[in-house]
Design a protein around this ligand. Structure first.
Ligand SMILES: [Zn+2]
Ligand SMILES: [Zn+2]
Length: 136
């Protein structure tokens, strides 16, 4: 059980989460890299019901992942910060972008995904489970 707060760069979007962390993954896939503008995304998965947006209204963008699954990214329409993501493959679950969390010191990635797509300069934590793609 964790309680944390977060938000976007400009402060319009604020949220709080109260619940259990389902899983935390570093994702090196092309979609996560493009969406975040960073080398990889650290995605903290929680139950969608455990998230409360306390300020602002998220914009959303829908796309189809390589897997063929419909995915949605939620972000601040003013400053562009990525906040949440979710996919049709995992109903009721959303991922919180770790970089949007105010104090992310509790975040412990458990797995690296899509390492086949990692940018060569990325220093990979090999102490955790590593997959070239998405494990079945
Ligand atoms: Zn913003
Ligand atoms: Zn990804």
């Amino acid at each position: 059980m964790v309680d944390f707060t977060g938000g976007c760069l400009c402060g319009v979007i604020r949220y709080k989460v109260s619940g259990d962390i389902i899983r935390t993954a570093n994702c090196h896939c092309d979609d996560c890299r493009k969406a975040t503008g960073s080398a990889f995304a650290t995605n903290v998965f929680v139950a969608a019901d455990d998230i409360t947006v306390t300020h602002g209204t998220l914009k959303s963008y829908n796309h189809i992942a390589d897997s063929g699954n419909a995915m949605t990214k939620e972000f601040c329409g003013d400053c562009g910060s990525q906040i949440f993501g979710f996919g049709a493959a995992r109903p009721g679950v959303k991922n919180v972008k770790a970089g949007s969390i105010d104090d992310a010191s509790f975040v412990k990635p458990e797995v690296n995904l899509f390492l086949a797509h990692a940018i060569p300069f990325t220093k990979i934590d090999r102490e955790i489970d590593c997959f070239d793609g998405m494990p079945k």
